[in-house]
Design a protein around this ligand. Structure first.
Ligand code: SF4
Length: 761
């Protein structure tokens, strides 16, 4: 008898990294004492977008899956403020009853929804829509509304939708306030950056006050003084206009409004603006010429400018730079990807024109209320103030500006219900906490599908069953809708029988019911989950809602789907697409495009680019007369809060031990500044802003500009027993930020430009 000497290797199972929007395909091996640990992780070669790529972060994803603050039972707040565990029937009944009471007394629009999905868990948003519909909840927001809504608004006005760019094939790559080496945002970021940097015929341009890891690879690094990006971008665009470098013929064919905007750019005093941002005029002009003469430019703006002064204007100038040089709709430039779900526009508000928040009347962009305004929508006696809140996969008490005021607002609500995996800062304030399955214990997916011309979708199957007593958000929302008396049980039964009879019968029955009961459509996700979830392949139950997504995308993206192999009449293509999603655990290509398709996707009324945004032209002109931003002598430093570093992600990993470096989240400052303050490497300083103060260790970094300091994101979360027994490690940036420091158009916060004072501690 042969005795085997080696155990067979554990199977590698496909899933995705959930630590940034890229959601790279990974494969994991499960192990540990209970077989539930993610013990080995590698990039998945079979994933069609990431193609084996993964950065260092997912190697320690088990810190998420096996986090010690995992919740396992529903919690209810007692009158004394402590929590007690309750059973699920009680939790569902009481939560449904209390939300219904708010709806029936004050109106459903006083019930505010926040979150709906973190990085890579977008299916809960689809199921949450059903609960919101039953409650009549009309207003919502998420962390996107403190980052990207300025860009969405600008893009919507100019192009009729958002754009991404083709960095794999560009001659010039431009990153504005972005460090993709750590913040990623483009597929296979480090591979692509190195390829561009190695090729002498290509050019990598970075605009960033800091010498970031991406800037170190750059051919041209422009370092504006913190907060002066708008002047630099205006100088770049104005140089192109004033030197006659715009793509005139291309603009004549595709653009509108040039006559309105060009005089404003002709009037820009380039030399003065370069002096303002502290960059030699010759370098700025050379950079503008390099962009203008390139055969293709791919460009990406990010939080360095989008959470900074003049953020919406900076987004506008950046889009002008792209469009005035004709860098759209050809390889290596900007594109409009096919989408499975219309993102950032349409739905409940579109670009926000005409729809405003109920109390402050702030612009709603992409359906989202500005995060900085949420406390003002609660802390008031206005009759339409938000009185109840459902928070799902979000942590506003930690992640939104002015943490103390945000907490005051959350505590002032009549009802706060939090759906989450772990005990977050927001959950600690809740009336009820409803725990759910982790991202690896249910089927999940992202709708951030931005590839082009081959756009990808990845339905991840559950790797594990949830711990006893837990289930997914799909099941939770189905139970809430049932408790609210809105689940059409006969319809569910009829659909279930139809599915078992055949796909054509199911489709016919679904549309027959929808025609007879239009109010059923917003509940579609939970109806589908109840009807067919348990009939889908193992680990795919939560994919039920995707059947409905496929029905809507098939007629909307008919040609793109057909090129990817999903041809035929839309209903049949939709079913084929749904089956393919279920059959491809490593991900699949759902849409294939040609570059001409980008022009057909320009979503403005006349199908042309609109170069003028009249509301922003006065702000552009105003740069010339805006007083020099002399630092307040009381707060002489500029703090950039929320830097992405090698071991920062977001607050879903709470255990500081996951960070191999920079465990305490040091304040980075220039050695010269440290010398003046009187602190050395590892020493501690007192960091004070107009809103708060914190003690923080210092890391000396000559990559920082003197006068500019930075803190990482994702720290300052509660984790009892962290290093040294501390309950909280690092500084929560929003203990230092003010809700009033925000963009006047989009309401996005200026976290990258917080006036600060630093003293040796
Ligand atoms: S780039 Fe890194 S953090 Fe982002 S999804 Fe991929 S592996 Fe995860």
């Amino acid at each position: 008898m042969t005795v085997p000497t080696e155990r067979p290797e554990k199977p590698w199972q496909p899933t995705a990294c959930i630590l940034c929007e890229c959601n790279c395909g990974i494969e994991v091996q499960l192990g540990g004492d209970d077989g539930r640990r993610l013990v080995r992780v590698r990039g998945d070669d079979a994933h069609p977008a990431s193609r084996g790529y993964a950065c260092e972060k997912p190697a320690r994803l088990d810190f998420y899956q096996s986090g010690p603050q995992r919740l396992t039972r529903p919690l209810r707040r007692r009158p004394d403020g402590s929590f007690e565990e309750i059973d699920w029937d009680t939790a569902i009944r009481e939560v449904a009853h209390r939300f219904a009471a708010v709806r029936d007394t004050w109106g459903g629009d006083t019930i505010f929804y926040y979150g709906g999905g973190g990085q890579g868990n977008h299916l809960p948003g689809a199921y949450g829509r059903a609960t919101r519909a039953v409650l009549g909840s009309r207003y919502r927001s998420s962390a996107l509304a403190q980052e990207k809504t300025g860009e969405f608004w600008v893009s919507d006005r100019m192009i009729g939708g958002f754009v991404r760019a083709d960095f794999e094939h560009c001659e010039v790559a431009l990153f504005v306030g972005k460090n993709p080496w750590h913040s990623h945002g483009i597929a296979r970021a480090r591979v692509t950056l190195k390829e561009i940097a190695r090729d002498p015929s290509r050019c990598l341009i970075v605009i960033d006050p800091r010498v970031s890891e991406t800037a170190e690879l750059a051919d041209i690094h422009l370092r504006p003084r913190p907060g002066t990006d708008a002047w630099l971008l205006a100088a770049l665009v104005a140089t192109i206009v004033q030197e006659g470098l715009i793509a005139g013929e291309w603009l004549a064919a595709h653009g509108a409004g040039a006559d309105e905007v060009l005089p404003h750019l002709q009037a820009v005093p380039v030399a003065a603006y370069c002096a303002r941002c502290g960059i030699d005029e010759g370098r700025v002009r050379e950079t503008a010429r390099r962009i203008a003469r390139a055969s293709s430019v791919a460009s990406f703006e990010d939080l360095g400018v989008q959470m900074n002064r003049h953020s919406t204007l900076a987004s506008y100038l950046h889009k002008l730079l792209i469009l005035l040089t004709g860098n759209f709709g050809k390889p290596g430039t900007a594109y409009r990807p096919a989408s499975l779900v219309p993102l950032f526009a349409g739905g409940d508000g579109g670009s926000g024109e005409g729809r405003r928040s109920p109390v402050t009347g702030s612009r709603i962009i992409g359906g989202l209320v500005a995060c900085n305004l949420i406390p003002d929508e609660i802390l008031t006696d206005h009759p339409k103030r938000f009185r109840a809140m459902l928070v799902e996969s979000g942590n506003p008490a930690h992640s939104l500006a002015d943490g103390p005021r945000m907490r005051e607002a959350l505590e002032a609500l009549d009802l706060l219900v939090v759906i989450d995996v772990a005990m977050s800062e927001t959950a600690r304030l809740a009336d009820y906490v409803l725990p759910v399955a982790s991202q690896f214990e249910k089927a999940e997916a992202t709708f951030f599908n931005f590839e082009f011309p081959h756009n990808c979708f990845h339905l991840r199957r559950a790797l594990l069953s949830p711990p006893e007593g837990l289930f997914s958000e799909a099941e939770l929302h189905a139970r809430l809708v049932e408790a609210l008396g809105a689940m059409p049980r006969d319809g569910v039964a009829a659909l279930r029988a139809a599915w078992q009879a055949g796909r054509a019968q199911f489709r016919a029955k679904f549309f027959e019911l929808a025609a007879a009961h239009p109010a059923m459509l917003p509940l579609g996700a939970v109806i589908l989950f109840r009807a067919i979830g348990d009939l889908l392949p193992e680990g795919c139950a939560e994919a039920a809602a995707l059947w409905g997504v496929c029905q809507t995308v098939a007629p909307r993206q008919r040609k793109s789907l057909a090129r990817a192999g999903f041809a035929g009449p839309p209903p049949e293509a939709a079913d084929a697409l749904f089956d393919a999603m279920l059959d491809h655990p490593h991900g699949m290509v759902f849409a294939e495009d040609d570059w001409e398709e980008c022009f057909r996707r320009i979503g403005t009324a006349d199908g042309r680019f609109h170069l003028a945004i009249p509301e922003l032209l006065p702000e552009l002109d105003g740069l010339a007369i805006e007083p020099a931003h002399s630092a307040d002598p009381e707060f002489p430093f500029v703090l950039s809060a929320g830097e992405r570093r090698g071991y920062t992600a977001n607050t879903i990993i709470r255990d500081p031990a996951w960070r191999k470096k920079d465990a305490a989240g040091a304040l980075r400052m220039h050695p010269e500044d440290a010398r003046r303050v009187g602190v050395g490497a590892g020493g501690r300083v007192r960091l004070t802003t107009r809103r708060g103060t914190a003690l923080v260790p210092v890391e000396l970094a000559d990559t920082m500009m003197p006068g500019h300091v930075s803190l990482p994101n994702g720290l300052g979360v509660v984790h009892p027993g962290g290093p040294g027994g501390a309950d909280m490690v690092g500084v929560a940036p929003n203990e230092l930020s003010s809700g009033d420091d925000r963009d006047p158009f989009a309401g996005t916060p200026w976290h990258k430009h917080i006036p600060a004072r630093i003293e040796a501690a």
